[in-house]
Design a protein around this ligand. Structure first.
Ligand code: UD1
Length: 361
């Protein structure tokens, strides 16, 4: 069997690494070609992750880089098509909801190659988010939809997607966390930054709705105020860093860092007193680890993290950051158990389905 995996951004490496490993183990004679679109290209956003996650060097680098959504998507389509024609895969696997995912799904479907989508069925019901458009289109085109939570199945059924395409397998991002937990728990990132475990708030913010307009300045002011009560550590995404150049962000207690590698980031996350984020994946990682998470968005495509987790939606409202210290005094003593099938074995389930279908083809 010949499989092509298309990845391109930081969270996609985390979601796909265990699937590549599980399928390579089951199909050692198969062709496993990794395509890196190059949507993320800085060493700290890309190579560090591939190295730490044990992903083999990509077979094809498309080097699409940054640009408008149309440019980025078009470049992936144009450069991926000859790769797929050359590779002649039996299956293309794409993760998540970024522009590279959408572009790879379209290219694959037009070549009439079977397509599998990891992390299918998530919906924010907010079409102003680029990721929502990418998810809807990718799910319509995919032949095999791998779901990590029950509400994903409801969303897909409501869009008319046939039952036999749906597979509830669990969460591959949590597979990576489970596989590397011993290593990140030993990494000691907090003590290297002189932070006491449990005492600090870890922050990540990168979504256009928050960082591309006036809300970013208000957010930094709120973080500066929060930092007077507890240390705040903020590894800054390059998109956010570019927007922050015009803002005074030097405040006592507010520690800005470069983007961190996977092990250092998960080490800081596991030892945090709380997390403030607009990321999707971090809502899931905090749910699994039982760390209080405050999401600075109006909605989430991951309601399971609210129902059975530790996630609180603050709204797209920087002023709500001021409520975090009081909310932390009201956390339940014991964290709820992780959602069903967030158990470290989702990629094995995917491999089982893919190889079962591969044999019958
Ligand atoms: C993308 C995804 C988002 C995902 C995020 C994870 C889309 C629409 N968005 O957002 O869903 O949550 O990745 O990080 O696909 N840049 C660099 N170096 C890099 C990458 C980006 O400097 O390695 C800068 C560039 O200025 C670029 C900007 O960051 O213009 C935004 O990068 P882009 O890939 O367009 O989107 P993200 O904001 O990273």
């Amino acid at each position: 069997m010949r499989i092509v995996y298309v990845v391109g951004t930081r969270p996609n490496f985390v979601k796909t690494a265990p699937v590549i490993a599980a399928l390579r183990a089951r199909l050692p004679e198969g062709r496993h070609a990794i395509v890196h679109t190059g949507q993320h290209y800085d060493r700290l956003m890309s190579e560090v992750f591939l190295e730490e996650l044990g992903v083999p060097a990509p077979d094809h680098m498309l080097e699409v880089g940054s640009g408008s959504h149309a440019q980025q998507t078009a470049r992936v389509i144009e450069r991926l098509e000859p790769v797929l024609i050359e590779e002649r895969p039996d299956l293309v696997i794409v993760p998540g909801d970024v522009n590279s995912t959408l572009a790879a799904a379209l290219t694959t479907a037009k070549l009439q190659i079977p397509l599998a989508h990891i992390e299918s069925g998530l919906r924010s019901f907010d079409r102003t988010m680029p990721e929502e458009l990418n998810r809807i289109v990718t799910d319509q085109l995919a032949d095999h939809l791998f779901l990590h939570s029950a509400e994903a199945a409801e969303n897909l059924r409501a869009e008319g997607i046939a039952e036999e395409r749906l597979h509830f397998v669990g969460n591959t991002m949590i597979d990576t966390l489970v596989a590397l937990e011993n290593r990140f728990r030993a990494a000691g990132a907090a003590s290297r930054l002189d932070l006491e475990p449990g005492s600090y708030v870890l922050v990540t913010l990168h979504r256009p709705a928050l960082v591309d307009g006036p809300l970013l300045r208000q957010t930094i002011e709120q973080l500066a105020a929060l930092a007077r009560e507890m240390p705040v550590v903020f590894p800054v995404h390059p998109r956010t860093r570019a927007k922050m150049e015009a803002i005074d962000s030097e405040h006592p207690g507010l520690l800005l860092t470069e983007p961190l590698g996977y092990l250092d980031f998960l080490s800081l996350l596991a030892d945090a007193g709380a997390v403030l984020t607009d990321s999707g994946g971090i809502q899931e990682e905090t749910t699994y680890l039982g760390i209080p998470c405050f999401t600075l968005r109006d909605n989430t495509e991951r309601p399971v993290t609210i129902e059975s987790g530790t996630n609180t939606l603050l709204g797209l409202d920087p002023a709500a950051i001021a409520t975090i210290p009081a909310a932390l005094t009201q956390q339940p003593a014991a964290a709820p158990p992780p959602p069903p099938l967030w158990d470290g074995h989702a990629a094995e389930r995917i491999a089982e389905i893919v190889t079962g279908q591969g044999q019958s083809q």
